[in-house]
Design a protein around this ligand. Sequence first.
Ligand code: HEM
Ligand code: HEM
Length: 184
Amino acid sequence: MTASTSRYGATAMALHWVLGAAIVAALCVGWYMTGLPFSPQRLKLYNWHKWAGVAILALSAVRLLWRLTHRPPALPAAVQAAMPRWQQVAHHGTHHALYALFLIVPLVGWAYSSAAGFPIVFLGLVQLPDFVPVNKELAEAIKPWHAVFAYALAVLVLLHVAAALKHQFIDRDGLIGRMWPGRG
Ligand code: HEM
Ligand code: HEM
């Protein structure tokens, strides 16, 4: 379960791919559901979106703890040498911002839901506590921020995937192998 000298460990890889898929799905459902007319279908998607968001929040907290206690391998010297300084800063900066948004986006969504007076009943079974009071004005003030942070996350994910593909197909430096299970 530990990282070899050049690759992320199995746990980090599993968390990366499971959370990557879940976050992209939450972004797509969030974007799609808000455009629907009021209907049982819309209500169902809102609930799924909230449950998925809470699960993402919990797993992201685990992931952050894992990351803080399991330092990933340094970039290979050749890759690092080929990256101009701004790319190295963007590389680390994007990862930091992604981790921050993994927590901020669902927390702000949860705060909005609480303020709007719709407590979250996770999977329809367990009611989660509200950490802000029910207050219509507060809800309206929080609402745009969930969208702003969520779309900022979407932009960073696009940048991240574009950078990964550039490393793979233009630089051909094998960087994806550091996060790709079963190789190397
Ligand atoms: C990483 C997790 C999450 C992502 C990526 C995400 C993403 C999004 C996106 C893209 C939208 C559409 C925003 C718009 O166009 O107005 C949205 C809306 C919404 N999200 Fe999330 N969300 C997440 C977690 C949560 C959580 C945990 C909750 C609540 C518990 C939540 C509650 C809502 C609600 C209520 C809306 C609808 C707001 C409206 O009616 O305009 N989200 N989300
Ligand atoms: C086609 C999709 C994707 C590819 C090919 C990919 C590839 C990679 C690679 C190669 C790394 C390691 C970078 C390094 O060696 O320093 C990485 C790290 C990372 N990726 Fe992705 N990724 C993808 C999708 C995503 C998505 C959708 C998210 C978020 C929603 C994400 C979030 C992250 C984060 C936060 C890290 C930093 C991990 C850490 O240092 O703990 N990735 N990704």
